[in-house]
Design a protein around this ligand. Sequence first.
Ligand SMILES: Nc1ncnc2c1ncn2[C@@H]1O[C@H](COP(=O)(O)OP(=O)(O)O)[C@@H](O)[C@H]1O
Ligand SMILES: [Mg+2]
Length: 273
Amino acid sequence: MSSDSSTFIETESLETKRPCAQESESKCFFEVKDLKKAIGGQKILRGVDLNIRRGETMVVIGRSGEGKSVFLKHLIGLMSPDAGSIKVEGQELVGLRERQMRDIRRKVGILFQDGALFDSMTVAENVAFPLMEMGIKNREELLERVGQALDKVELAEHMAKMPINISGGMRKRVSLARAIIGEPQCILYDEPTSGLDPVVSESIDRLILRMQKNLCVTSLVVTHDMNSVFRIADRVAYLREGKIHFLGTPEELRDSQDRYVRSFVEGRQVEEE
Ligand SMILES: Nc1ncnc2c1ncn2[C@@H]1O[C@H](COP(=O)(O)OP(=O)(O)O)[C@@H](O)[C@H]1O
Ligand SMILES: [Mg+2]
């Protein structure tokens, strides 16, 4: 098990340069065009256009129930759209067969909003799952990599426990370890810091940044936490009424005069005219 400098909490500056995002600015990992989805007659996504550049950290914000999780599920084919296109590294995802979808899912790790751990498996077995799916069976390799991933979220000593016997915050960190263990090219994080205390939240943000910087990972983070937005985002997309209402840098978000953006950033209701 590694106890090198890549431990969960470390002193590295959050302002560290991120060469990956700058070098390949024009290349997109995801290209989403006019994505539409209704569920049970309710129009959730009403034409989402969003390009996510390779190596960048895109943060998606929006009120609860706006469709952020639904959007994320489309990106790995867990939901299929009514209309529109989703390209992953240039390859159209809409209409792909399950087997081809599996190849795409190997490139993309996901931290589900509710953690989605398997209750009947230990922490270690949960974290090992993506590697087993890839066909890695060597016990020593599995154990070493599980240990390293759990080290990154400071949970190595809990690997034998069952998910029911650890706290909600710990479960979230186990899901995070599971999302990163296969060293995917892209990681989708659905509310990675919700329900966690500020210190742990900041540590998760550092881990997200470090994954991006060290492994050139493309990241898409859904969050409610404005502190996180300003710590980690290269760009921010604000989902409102089924569309991307605002897209820009964190500075542009802070300076935006749009009334809906302002009210979201400041955490208050929009005053109706
Ligand atoms: N599997 C589902 N069945 C029915 N309704 C769903 C399902 N998933 C999401 N929804 C609805 O779609 C809307 C968007 O949900 P969601 O994407 O989870 O919002 P959020 O932005 O909070 O992540 C909500 O109204 C939710 O109730
Ligand atoms: Mg959600």
